[in-house]
Ligand binder design. Structure first.
Ligand code: ADP
Ligand code: MG
Length: 277
């Protein structure tokens, strides 16, 4: 078992953001977590990475409960589960290759030391990740000079620099146009397939989850209401996850729920590919 989440719960005062979530991951997977805004998706990911303390429950990895880790063991766990954020969280005025190498420092060490601790091997590794993501030509530019889609790929390269086992991506494409969204999702899919990483990706649109993820977890009001292969995510289940309304209106890529029969989703995916080239 790679990851076993048991009855994971987070309360904020009287509100329950995540309510007794159970998730088993027994082999490397690409998992999409979907649900309306406020459903608990970010809180779930943040608890896994220990950015947010859980109220109760367990997260078992390699026989240990990561919720109990401290000090060096906690830092090691955070290296093992790299986070990707909607807003990229790069250092805007630093060049791209240095941003990537910051992954080696687990993001939190003093920036001042960054310029001394990186050796040639780090630089080569960083450039290798950038090349693989198709942005090595931007290595020496400031991060802020890149487009959103390029910046998110820099963030993915930084995550890979940690040699993680898990990549936790919290709405990685919510700030991107459709073409860049596709490039970034393709990159996440590739690191899952080629490197065998488990990618858990919060997405607020169902069609992206269907298209890129083998498994979808649907959350509603803190509860997991669906967990299964994306093919089994029926229209009725989508209504259950997103609420009774006939329409998704949360995102630019959303569509009316009636159009979400699998064939329609596939046709849309196919047309999206050709429209982008
Ligand atoms: N730091 C916080 N303090 C209080 N309530 C919070 C905090 N973070 C999240 N919440 C609440 O927890 C619920 C789930 O939020 P979140 O995990 O951000 O959902 P999602 O990512 O699906 O939009 C929401 O009701 C939100 O208002
Ligand atoms: Mg969120």
């Amino acid at each position: 078992m790679l990851l076993k989440i048991e009855s994971l719960t987070k309360t904020f005062g009287a509100a329950t953001a995540v309510d007794r979530a159970d998730i088993l991951v027994d082999k490397p997977a690409m998992i999409g977590v979907i649900g309306r805004s406020g459903a608990g998706k970010s809180t779930l990911l943040r608890m896994i990475n220990r950015l947010t303390d859980a109220s109760s429950g367990r997260i078992l990895v390699e026989g240990r409960d990561v919720l109990t880790l401290k000090g060096a063991a906690l830092r090691a766990w955070r290296r093992d589960c790299a986070m990707i954020f909607q807003q990229f969280n790069l250092v805007p005025r630093l060049d791209v290759v240095t941003n990537v190498m910051l992954g080696r420092l687990n993001g939190h060490s003093a920036l001042a030391s960054a310029f001394n601790v990186f050796g040639e091997a780090d630089i080569r590794a960083a450039l290798g990740h950038l090349e693989r993501l198709g942005i090595e030509g931007h290595a020496l530019k400031r991060a802020e000079a890149l487009s959103g889609g390029q910046q998110q790929r820099v963030a993915i390269a930084r995550a890979l620099m940690q040699n993680p086992k898990f990549v936790l991506a919290d709405e990685p494409i919510a700030s991107l146009d459709p073409m860049n969204a596709q490039v970034v999702m393709d990159a996440l899919r590739r690191i899952h397939e080629e490197d065998g990483l488990t990618v858990i990706c919060n997405l607020h649109t169902l069609d992206t989850a269907r298209r890129y993820c083998d498994r979808v977890i649907g959350m509603r009001a803190g509860r997991i209401v669906f967990d299964g292969p994306s093919e089994l995510l029926t229209e009725a289940m989508a209504r259950e996850i997103y609420g009774a309304g006939a329409e998704f209106s949360e995102a630019s890529t959303s569509t009316s729920i009636g159009a979400l029969a699998p064939d329609a989703a596939l046709a849309r995916a196919a047309s999206g590919v050709s429209a982008v080239g």
